[in-house]
Write a protein that binds this ligand. Structure first.
Ligand SMILES: Cc1cc2nc3c(=O)[nH]c(=O)nc-3n(C[C@H](O)[C@H](O)[C@H](O)COP(=O)(O)OP(=O)(O)OC[C@H]3O[C@@H](n4cnc5c(N)ncnc54)[C@H](O)[C@@H]3O)c2cc1C
Length: 467
């Protein structure tokens, strides 16, 4: 059922809803043309379809979802929200691990703002574009986009928080390719930021995280030609001692490998105590050179099956790592650690011994191009000296499993405290006490200054936005 705006407005005005603890009513909805934004509330037939969020653990039912179509629609919505002091969340791909794009109040949803255009080497994408649509578009032009592997992740949260993908060590993070961004600011006015215009805001939007500095409406990225990709993978099932040796070899090799090679190392433990280790990654270089490089790992132990190296197009490589193009949902929890120095043996033991069968540890190799950007050149703080990022992750299907799973992942994280430091803002974690320092370290002070300048009243906020 498609409701007219008047019906929506009348219905909402009559229906009290819960904002946090207080019961409140939505004020009269603003007059916004359908072409600019559409209002979708729980009794709308489209509501369930739009409500989908990656993490069911943190999903909330919004009183109103505003499906924005244009910058003007976003601006008019923000104007109404701020003048009525209504809490709200911004939504792009809906993959926030802690539900920062969820609200029981209003969600400003940019998913329909997904137009992509190419002008020379500048790619322009709407704020709600999923990474998969970007990959399809650029691949058709023989161009790259250095973003993450999940095609349903949205560009806004991803690029504003950093954006690590499997060409990162050669081509940087998604935020490193950002050359301009259009936002609606806390005064509900359109604002553009790039290296020369609103340069502080531009700096903050490259790693400062989504939902803090305004509502992004459009991004401009520099894109570069890309040829064929070598995709590699191998798996081992080893006892704890051999697994530690392989981990040691991986952390010695992957962050210092030639830039053309980016890889991940995934660890999980079987119930019988044996460790399953999986390497996967990409190289833009030659197959023989990649094979030689991987000797550093296959010499430690023979994989369960022969090392696989396959040459494929950029899009086929994206597809290979995508995990499928459908929008998946489950209950999940993630935590992360940036590792600055090689883990000593005791740290490797802590990781492997502490790994419960319900949790995977996924290590993303940094270094290369990600480390050549100065630590204060963008808000993304983990550059020089960062060797890898560990993502601890658990997902489940029955809500009743939550307590056990949360205890499992928290136990592993606790076991790693002596060995690691900061956290990745794109793997947000509400358990963190000092999350601002964990996400932004030395860049926090400047981020706070930018926040105070562009949004002194905290119009844009969520549980872990820059204060
Ligand atoms: C399955 C999965 C795979 C992932 N793979 C990778 C990976 O390979 N590499 C990697 O680096 N990360 C990865 N991530 C993490 C991902 O980058 C973050 O979860 C990212 O923030 C998601 O962005 P989103 O737009 O989909 O999420 P959303 O939940 O929509 O938004 C995330 C944050 O951005 C804000 N936001 C949303 N829209 C806007 C807007 N228009 N303007 C301003 N702020 C906005 C929200 O308020 C929220 O704070 C993965 C996550 C998942 C769940």
């Amino acid at each position: 059922m498609k409701l007219t705006r008047r019906a929506v407005s009348a219905g909402l005005a009559a229906t009290p809803f819960v904002l946090g603890r207080a019961r409140a009513k939505l004020p009269k909805l603003p007059a916004i043309a359908d072409a600019d934004a559409q209002f979708v509330r729980p009794d709308d037939a489209r509501f369930a379809q739009y409500a989908t969020a990656y993490n069911k653990r943190t999903a909330q039912t919004a009183a109103l979802r505003v499906m924005a179509r244009t910058e003007r629609g976003v601006a008019q919505t923000i104007d109404w929200l701020r003048s009525n002091r209504l809490p709200f969340a911004l939504r792009s791909g809906g993959h926030s691990f802690e539900g920062f794009s969820q609200s029981t109040s209003v969600v400003v949803d940019t998913r329909l703002m997904n137009a992509i255009a190419l002008d020379g080497s500048t790619l322009s994408v709407g704020a709600g574009t999923p990474l998969g649509a970007i990959y399809r578009f650029v691949a058709a032009h023989g161009l790259d986009f250095p973003g993450g592997s999940c095609p349903t992740v949205g560009v806004s949260g991803h690029a504003m928080g950093g954006g690590f993908g499997l060409i990162a060590r050669e081509r940087g993070l998604a935020c490193d390719r950002l050359v301009g961004i259009d936002l609606v600011d806390a005064n509900a006015k359109p604002v553009h930021a790039d290296a020369t215009t609103n340069a502080d805001l531009f700096w903050a939007c490259r790693g400062g995280g989504g939902g803090t500095f305004g509502a992004a409406t459009r991004f401009q990225f520099r894109v570069e030609p890309i040829g064929r990709i070598q995709v590699y993978s191998a798996s081992w099932t080893l006892d704890v001692k051999k697994a530690a040796a392989l981990f040691r070899a991986w952390q010695d090799w992957a962050p210092d490998a030639p830039d053309e090679i980016t890889g991940i190392f995934k660890l999980s433990k079987r119930r019988d105590g044996r460790v399953v280790l999986h390497i996967a990654g990409q190289s833009t270089g030659s197959k023989p050179r990649l094979r030689r490089e991987l000797d550093a790992l296959t010499d430690v132990a023979a994989p369960d099956a022969a090392l696989s190296i396959a040459s494929m197009s950029f899009l086929a490589a994206v597809n290979h790592f995508s995990g499928g193009w459908d929008y998946e949902t489950s209950y999940s929890k993630a935590k992360s650690d940036f590792i600055a120095a090689k883990l000593p043996d005791a740290g490797i033991d802590a990781l492997i011994d502490g790994l419960p069968p319900s949790v995977v540890a996924i290590c993303d190799a940094y270094g290369g191009a990600t480390g050549r950007v100065a630590e204060d050149a963008t808000a993304f703080a983990y550059r020089t000296g960062t060797r890898f990022c560990i993502q601890y992750y658990t997902s489940w299907t029955a809500p009743s499993a939550a307590e056990r799973r949360l205890a499992d992942i928290r136990g592993l994280y606790a076991a790693m405290r002596s060995w690691s430091g900061g956290s990745y803002v794109n793997y947000p974690d509400l358990d963190l006490d000092d999350w601002q320092s964990a996400y932004w370290r030395q860049n926090l002070a400047r981020l706070k200054t930018v926040k105070a300048a562009v949004d002194p009243d905290g119009v844009f906020r969520h549980a872990q936005s820059v204060r």
